[in-house]
Design a protein around this ligand. Structure first.
Ligand code: FRU
Length: 487
């Protein structure tokens, strides 16, 4: 084991003891200590789900990237494993950037981006190359033959600096990988490679490209099939908002279409945002043994990270979400395994409210509840969360405008950063179904059975447990609530 990896493992195991009990989310993966960003290596290995992540153990801000590591039998209860990769070679000395994993004949193959400084005679800057490490679920060895893919394989004019985040998978005996890249027009493109042994790779095609219409560099690509459709997901940088679609800066995008097998390109039928919240980036997927496609993302934003300064950890992941494609739209819902942790069921059928209403048995910060609002002529419907006498956050539905807003203005932020986002939902005459999943600091909203999602963080004191419903006009709704209790 390298000195750098040994140091990281020792540091994380000591410093994590200083984190107060109960401060961390209960059923979402969070940074062991220090900083985490993108999910990496989300995969099934020897019957367990493994998740790695971009990790800088030593500070709660981004730094030289390591890979942190956790595993789970059910996506909900996670066990932390020792740090898996450290930047300790000539080709990854500036960071082990994002990547993915696949099981291969009893071994666990990690594919990641090595970042190093380029020689001054080569124009300086950095070089990004693709590398492999092989392990047993805890310890990983980087291959002697690294890097296995360099930008020399890319079409002429492609960037040598922005070439990262390989997503590897296997079909039969053949490995494939999609990698984010920047084309000669400096906008994003996704390159497809293939290999027989995960060591020698061949360039196949550019599967899709931004052509300067959806942001610039396309980070963290993933490419898979769901419900007979091909889906590409990617996280573009330098996006520009278009109406309520997307927000400026780092964003996420799904492209649904058909794969043209002759040219190895995606024929797009749909392009849309994956999530409309304030804190969602770099999603990655895996397939379970029974063929479910599960997506997880970093639940934080590059531009506004709001972790309280006294925390010794920063960054968490979304709930793993099952994907479906219905009418060329990507639906997402929390993995069904969550239901095993439900307790204290509460159900209200067809309750009518006009004004403000609280229910004694609906409160808390670790719960999963669904509100089914019936058709009606009301003007506004609000769910108020994480509230006490001073603080609250709101999910607001305006049936006339068909808009759903998440607002954390009064959640106790100590900086005046972006605090609301709004999305259009479909017109159903005032009818809307909202599933809201909270785990201390996170609010994940799934609208209309997962047709759209909105993921945001709030760092309101955990004492603020109030939930209320506020309406303008008469609203009739069903409510179902479960506390999520992890033992
Ligand atoms: C996305 C990203 C990746 C990169 C990693 C570095 O959030 O910028 O493209 O590999 O983070 O930590």
């Amino acid at each position: 084991m390298s000195e750098a990896l040994e140091k990281a493992r020792k540091y994380e195991s000591e410093v994590k003891k200083e984190i107060p009990e109960g401060q961390k989310p209960s059923f979402h993966v969070s940074a062991p200590v220090g900083w985490i960003n993108d999910p990496n290596g989300f995969s099934l290995y020897k019957g367990e789900y493994h998740l790695f992540y971009q990790y800088h153990p030593y500070r709660t801000v981004w730094g030289p990237m390591h890979w942190g590591h956790s595993k789970s039998k059910d996506f909900i209860k996670w066990e932390q494993l020792p740090c898996a990769l450290a930047p300790d070679t000539v080709y990854d000395g500036q960071g082990c950037f994002s990547g993915s994993a696949v099981e291969q004949e009893g071994t666990h193959i990690l594919m990641y981006t090595g970042v190093s400084a380029a020689a001054p005679e080569e124009g300086g800057g950095v070089r990004q190359v693709q590398c492999i490490a092989v392990g047993d679920g805890v310890n990983y060895e980087k291959l002697e033959c690294n890097p296995v893919i360099t930008s020399d394989l890319l079409p002429k004019g492609s960037s040598r600096e922005d070439f990262r985040d390989p997503k590897i998978w296997k079909e039969g005996e053949t490995f494939y990988a999609v990698v984010g890249s920047r084309s000669s027009d400096s906008s994003g493109q996704i390159a497809l490679f293939t290999s027989k042994d995960a060591k020698k790779w061949k360039f196949v095609s550019i599967v899709d490209r931004s052509q300067n219409s959806y942001g610039k560099m396309w980070e963290c690509p993933d490419f898979f099939e769901v419900d007979g459709r091909h889906v590409m997901i990617t996280s573009p940088q330098e996006m520009s908002a278009v109406g309520l679609e997307f927000h400026n800066g780092n964003n996420t995008l799904y492209l649904i279409g058909e794969f043209d097998k002759e040219n190895n390109t995606l024929i797009r039928k749909q392009a849309a945002a994956i999530d409309y919240g304030l804190d969602f980036y770099a999603p990655q997927t895996m397939e379970t043994a029974n063929g479910r496609r599960i997506m997880i993302a970093w639940m934080q934003s590059w531009d506004n990270h709001i972790t309280p300064s006294h925390f010794k950890w920063s960054g968490l992941m979304t709930i793993p979400r099952e994907l479906k494609v219905i009418h060329n739209r990507l639906y997402q819902n929390p993995v069904r395994e969550l239901e095993q942790y439900y307790q204290n069921e509460v159900k209200y059928d067809a309750v009518t409210i006009n004004g403000k209403k609280e229910f004694e048995d609906i409160r808390g910060r670790e719960l999963d509840f669904t509100v089914d609002v019936k058709e009606g002529g009301y003007r506004k419907f609000t769910v108020r969360l994480a509230s006490d006498s001073q603080f609250f956050s709101e999910i607001i539905y305006n049936p006339k405008e068909n808009s759903l807003t998440f607002d954390r203005t009064y959640s106790g932020l100590n900086r005046d950063i972006i605090h609301t986002r709004t999305m259009k939902v479909k017109d159903q005459g005032g009818r809307i179904r909202l599933r809201i999943l909270m785990d201390k600091y996170s609010v994940e909203v799934f609208a209309n059975d997962g047709e759209q999602a909105m993921t945001s963080l709030i760092y309101t004191s955990l004492e603020a447990k109030g939930i209320s419903f506020v309406t303008e006009g008469e609203v009739t709704m069903d409510i179902t609530k479960y506390d999520v209790i992890i033992k």
